[in-house]
Design a protein around this ligand. Structure first.
Ligand code: SF4
Length: 102
């Protein structure tokens, strides 16, 4: 093996390392962008108005073990919610229920 071959091999190996490193950088960046894109997609869809759908919130028109929208910090009189889109019953409930402070 000549000295040039050795240099070329090192160079190739070196560029391979750089390529992997660059690949990782691109992958991490890509994942970050994909995540941001995912959030954007959510925000464009059901989150467009900053709210989620009743289905995603598992909203129901009846209380759950005594917990109800009327006793939730997110409930907005007379029938709104700062998290869930649409008309909300004070007697409803969803998975985002957060009790009013005592
Ligand atoms: S329980 Fe859910 S739907 Fe009802 S007010 Fe709270 S966050 Fe909104």
């Amino acid at each position: 093996m000549s000295k040039d071959d050795d240099v070329n091999r090192r160079s190739a190996a070196s560029s391979g390392v750089l390529s992997r490193r660059n690949f990782l950088k691109v992958s991490v960046t890509g994942a970050a962008i994909a995540s941001a894109g995912g959030l954007s997609a959510c925000m464009i869809g059901p989150m467009a108005a900053g709210k989620t759908t009743k289905a995603l919130a598992l909203y129901q028109d009846t209380p759950n073990r005594g917990r109800r929208c009327g006793g939730c910090t997110h409930f907005r009189e007379p029938n709104g919610c700062e998290i869930v889109a649409g008309a909300i019953s004070p007697n409803g409930w969803c998975r985002f229920h957060e009790p009013l402070p005592a």
